[in-house]
Write a new protein. Sequence first.
Lengths: 223, 223
Amino acid sequence: MSSLKEDYSLKLETLIGIFTVDKGKIKILMMRKKAEPYKGYWILPGEMLNIKETLEDNITNVVCEKLGLPTMYIEQCYTFSNLNRHLEERVLATAFIGLIDNITLVLKKQERDDIELEWFDINSLPKTGYDHDKIIHKLIAYFKKRIINSNILKILFPSDFTLPELQKIYEQILNVNIDRRNFRKKLINLGYVVDTGDVNEGYMGRPAKLYRFNDELESRNLF
Amino acid sequence: MSSLKEDYSLKLETLIGIFTVDKGKIKILMMRKKAEPYKGYWILPGEMLNIKETLEDNITNVVCEKLGLPTMYIEQCYTFSNLNRHLEERVLATAFIGLIDNITLVLKKQERDDIELEWFDINSLPKTGYDHDKIIHKLIAYFKKRIINSNILKILFPSDFTLPELQKIYEQILNVNIDRRNFRKKLINLGYVVDTGDVNEGYMGRPAKLYRFNDELESRNLF
DNA sequence: GCAAAAGTGTTTTCAATACACCCATGG
DNA sequence: CCATGGGTGTATTGAAAACACTTTTGC
């Protein structure tokens, strides 16, 4: 009977794909594994779930304590339960996405010696350990879907972004080209973005006007 | 050290909210609990996850073996990890939605003595055990969101449904009234539904034409 | 013939699309 | 002055929304 009871005893880890936007590119944060197995491979940050904490507390702790990042917007995405995820024991994984804007990220920047972190463009991912490749792709698909059918893009674009920047992100996510004039017309005429009156100087070409999202508008699908 | 190891050992159960549409109403299947705790209360069907199975295998098994229902469309929704979900031990729960059309359901109908099942209108739910009330509401919200931004409504409406039926579901989900003429125009003109040529006789009033979804059309948000 | 429920058409408004030239800055 | 990148306007098409009367059946 005690072996039967043992049959229901599992381990569960958390994993998080943290996304940001930098110079028109969507990036995800990965961590380099320092020990075997998969030494030198890149993995998603995460931690084994302790019996005394919730998944959400655990992942918040991973973000703030382990990674040294600011508190950020987090959503649960999926729980992976393949039998052979880990080599020695049965470990399930609940995966999250986290969103942080690049400005906050740079302000908070604090290097840590004990972990090696790097931001990868979601179109050129490194060699990953475990089943993280599969998980990352699910997280990216989830991220894209959420950008399209919610207004969480606001989180990645705090005040003072340019419309060409925003357009690049939509083009990557929808995998289409958008006409610049029609894009501007849509966002401005429908009241989604508001001109701040400032411009983005110091780059090549004509300076771009800076905008912010209009928080008073209810969310709806733009594309 | 062995107590530290114990700290990461958890139990995880599956739960499923099975949805169907019957006479223009959205229903969810619940099970009456036969033993303490929460004896006599209604709960979502589910099962403790065994160390040797995946979540998906487990929940498929719950549907087919435990409930005696046909194989159906299932999606994972969320993993709940509150500390006090169960009274005695720590049990997490991964919740799923299942969709089945009423025709298939009636054909497969097989009564079982050992479990008491009942379909509840999602607007008049019974008294539930554990934290299932919270879980059901999350499942309903997820279900509604998926109906809106995917084409899974097709699963609930196999060939030969009427447009007034379909409209009622949209009205419940969107919580708005839709003009009958505009509704028909949209679905028919955009090619989403196809007239089968048959009509729905034997009810009060003028018989309704029967339609089926056009499978060749790619999914998009209709509302 | 009446109650119940379903079917139908027109007009107006607004968003979607397609498309080409000018403007402001840095070097 | 030129290269780079950003900003702007118009015309056409198609869908969204508003709106009231007629048709078919069961009883």
